[in-house]
Design a protein around this ligand. Structure first.
Ligand SMILES: *Cc1c(COP(=O)(O)O)cnc(C)c1O
Length: 430
């Protein structure tokens, strides 16, 4: 990795840690991140001429694989007509219509340029609509890097929030209550005494930012019922799960209708797009027709809309989602079988084109405490053995993996062969 090493060194002169988003720096696993020069389908290529099977997919957006011809064509065609106007274009309505056809709870929506903007704006809207200030989030759920959401509580349901990051005012963090994921009783207890002070509950309806953790149906239904009873809004943060676990997102899988939904990642197909939307009575609180301000110079950017539209159109009009699902399942079943044959404690899950795995003695990892109890050093060894073999997994046990529609059975089988060798090395190392 000579060229990547050089490039990483140069980058550190300009960017803190050499990167423009922390996890890219390989801080948790150590080593030098490969510098990527191009991608095609399921594969990416680094500056040293190495090829990898890509399971990061730009952290979720690249559901059709890299440089999909229809997406690239759409982007080129849109670019010929200029890159931005800051004025309404038909492309915004076209993408909104396509999104709503799959996610009908989004009666109205607004486009922004990132998932962080979507969640930040949804929280402001919920506060403006309800006239309440406090919000609830869950331990291990990530909702972007806005101040109110970079918070986790100490132990106990009623502990006041403490900021997770320097620079987040404690006064603001106090308005965010953090509870354990998958614990319906903890949230019932909180709502019993304080439900009428809560503006919104924000939740990843399948958690994907502490590794992948499935909710229980009881947990999600409890959130819905408590919000109905108290007037708080239920926000499903589907920035990761939208068009990824199912065409209709996790809300379609669990048949629960949130008041607001946030989207990002897949809906831009690799360009910066986020969206928030939901009940039209709530959305009408937004400027210019309502009192809650929200705006963006590049919101609804025509190139980004074209990329998102081409991606979602292909995804919804072909049945590539079925193959995607089958390949993802084949991957995690194969990993689990390999771990079992080497007597390595292992747990995995897969839904749609999203997967996760843990070196855990628990068969189902259901909250942050269980995630933190996993074997991190095993993960690091496995990660590096896979990278050396040409398999590009997320460089952290707290991230989900993504399979694209461009991954073939041959890609999966190659990955499983590499994984089996890696697992054999793990048994020797421990
Ligand atoms: C990625 C992600 C975000 C933040 O999106 P950005 O585009 O990185 O700002 C928010 N919520 C969830 C669930 C995410 O996975």
């Amino acid at each position: 990795m000579q060229r990547s090493e050089q490039l990483f060194e140069q980058a550190q002169k300009f960017f803190p840690g050499g990167v423009n988003s922390p996890v890219r720096a390989f801080g948790r696993v150590g080593g030098v991140p490969p510098y990527i020069v191009k991608g095609k389908g399921a594969h990416i290529f680094d500056a040293d001429g190495r090829r990898y099977v890509d399971y990061i997919g730009s952290w979720g957006p690249m559901i059709l694989g890299h440089a999909h011809p229809e997406v690239i064509e759409a982007v080129k065609a849109a670019a010929e007509n200029s890159l931005s106007f800051g004025a309404p274009t038909e492309a915004e309505t076209a993408l909104a219509e396509l999104i709503q056809s799959q996610v009908p709870s989004m009666e109205m929506m607004r486009f922004v340029s990132s998932g962080t903007e979507a969640t930040m704006s949804a929280i402001r809207l919920a506060r403006g609509f309800t006239g309440r200030d406090r919000i609830i989030k869950f331990e291990g759920c990530y909702h972007g890097h806005a101040d109110s959401l970079l918070v986790k509580a100490g132990s106990g349901a009623l502990t006041l929030g403490e900021p997770d990051s320097a620079g987040v005012p404690a006064e603001l963090a106090k308005l965010t209550v953090t509870l354990p994921y998958n614990d319906p009783q903890a949230i019932r207890d909180l709502f019993q005494s304080e439900g009428d002070t809560i503006a919104a509950i924000i939740v990843e309806p399948i958690a994907g930012n502490m590794g992948m953790v499935h909710p229980t149906l009881e947990f999600l239904e409890t959130l819905r019922n408590l919000c109905d009873a108290s007037g708080a809004l239920l926000i499903f943060d589907e920035v990761m799960t939208g068009f990824r676990v199912h065409l209709g997102g996790a809300q379609a899988l669990f048949n629960i209708r949130p008041d607001l939904t946030t989207l990002g990642k897949v809906i831009g197909g690799g360009l910066p797009v986020g969206a928030f939307g939901g009940r039209s009575d709530v959305m009408r609180y937004l400027a210019p027709i309502g009192p809650v301000y929200q705006a963006g110079t590049l919101s609804g950017n025509p190139i980004a809309m074209a990329s998102g539209f081409a991606t979602l159109k292909h995804l919804t009009e072909t049945n590539c989602f079925e193959t995607l699902q089958a390949n993802t399942q084949r991957l995690t079943s194969g990993l689990a079988a390999s771990a079992a044959s080497h007597h390595i404690p292992f747990s995995s899950c897969a839904t749609g084109g999203m997967f996760g795995f843990f070196f855990s003695t628990e068969s189902v990892v259901s909250n942050l405490d269980a995630v933190m109890a996993c074997d991190m050093s095993r993960f690091n060894l496995f990660f590096h053995a896979m990278l050396d073999a040409g398999i590009y997994l997320a460089p952290s046990p707290f991230e989900s993996g993504f399979v694209s529609a461009a991954h073939t059975q041959a890609d999966i089988d190659f990955t499983l062969n590499c994984a089996d060798l890696a697992m054999a090395q793990l048994t020797e190392a421990t």
